[in-house]
Ligand binder design. Structure first.
Ligand SMILES: *[C@@H]1O[C@H](CO)[C@@H](O)[C@H](O)[C@H]1NC(C)=O
Ligand SMILES: *[C@@H]1O[C@H](CO)[C@@H](O)[C@H](O)[C@H]1NC(C)=O
Ligand SMILES: *[C@@H]1O[C@H](CO)[C@@H](O)[C@H](O)[C@H]1NC(C)=O
Length: 320
């Protein structure tokens, strides 16, 4: 086709599909190694995106076209995958070994893909050579278009919560099997350096939870609060109230949490599950009520026995 014909076609198509076509989102990411972040007090390389760990949110709407120009400033090749984005007729943008070449150190490459007909919560992460164990991951939201009804009231606020196992060793010296993790990070944090999610009594919040770890399943729970499951990886679910939620590696879920308790701080906790490894302390963050005097009160939530396979399987089966 001659360029002029192509241009005319493009313009006609643009007119035909305007409204469902989606916006153009241009992102420029500088991926680098940072030795000062030390999530677990060990000197180790952590992968940042534009200086951030975890990386920035990709906040998109159904049918948006995303263009991510990635500059690889690591000293190793980098391949980034968009976990759960369907890449229809576009598999070479998926960033997995075999369909895509890694971005060589010191060079840049642009991923172009569309959030075609999708909604939901996802994550992105480096897909080769254990780089994910050094970070480089982040959240993806695909919001509904305005004309589409969502099966629950608009929450007061939405929070992305990335949880995952973490090893104090450098990603390039990790043994390949049976290494117990040293910590569970929530949004890149562990120990007493809590992430705090602010809520106001009487309001409801959406948490988009993804397990960005390398190997281990987690059980997720919030002190004194139930969660209502509403979405998993792009499908709205029938809504079920849960005391705790198992999130396996690579999975994403949305839950609604109503701030219906007394003004205080409450623990948000992530424990390893489906393993007998008990060494890493729970991943912890805070649900902080705006009227909280800053005290944490009440008993810690008890969860299922981590070796209880039936609990996990039955919970998964109950999701429709
Ligand atoms: C994400 O995009 C939606 C739709 O454009 C907007 O309403 C919302 O405020 C954005 N959220 C963030 C965290 O940028
Ligand atoms: C690399 O970045 C430059 C500057 O932003 C851009 O013009 C170019 O298209 C990028 N190259 C690739 C292969 O994406
Ligand atoms: C933990 O599980 C491993 C593998 O399933 C098993 O070899 C080991 O004996 C178990 N340890 C304990 C303390 O139960």
């Amino acid at each position: 086709m001659k360029p002029i014909v192509l241009l005319t076609c493009t313009m006609v198509l643009t007119l035909l599909f305007s409204g469902t076509k989606g916006a153009e989102i241009f992102l420029e990411w500088n991926v680098a190694m940072d030795w000062n972040i030390s999530p677990v007090q060990s000197v180790q390389p952590v992968i940042t995106i534009n200086g951030m760990f975890p990386g920035p949110l990709i906040n998109s709407t159904t049918n948006d076209n995303v263009h991510v120009n990635i500059f690889n400033n690591l000293d190793v090749p980098l391949l980034m995958t968009w976990n759960g984005i369907q890449q229809r007729l576009n598999s070479w943008q998926d960033g997995v070994s075999g369909t895509n070449c890694p971005i060589q150190p010191g060079t840049n490459w642009t991923y172009n893909f569309q959030m075609k007909d999708q909604i939901g919560s996802y994550s992105y992460f480096p897909s080769i050579n254990f780089l994910k164990a050094a970070g480089g991951y982040g959240p993806i939201r695909v919001n509904n278009r305005n004309v589409i009804l969502v099966p629950f009231d608009k929450p007061e606020e939405e929070y992305d919560l990335l949880v995952g196992d973490w090893f104090s060793q450098s990603f390039n010296t990790l043994p390949t099997t049976n290494t117990p993790p040293d910590a569970i990070l929530i949004n890149g944090k562990a120990g007493s350096n809590f992430e705090s999610f602010s809520v106001t009594k009487g309001k409801t919040y959406r948490f988009r939870i993804s397990n960005v770890g390398s190997a281990y399943s987690i059980n997720f729970r919030i002190q004194s609060h139930q969660m209502v499951l509403v979405e998993t990886e792009g499908s709205y679910t029938s809504q079920i109230a849960l005391d705790s939620l198992d999130v396996h590696v690579g999975q994403s879920y949305s839950v609604l949490v109503s701030a219906n308790q007394n003004d205080a701080d409450y623990f948000i906790m992530a424990y390893l599950t489906q393993t007998n490894i008990t060494t890493p302390p729970a991943g912890i963050s805070l649900l902080h009520y705006s009227g909280s005097p800053g005290v944490i009160s009440g008993p810690l939530p008890l969860g299922p026995n981590p070796m209880d396979k039936d609990f996990s399987v039955n919970q998964a089966k109950s999701i429709r």
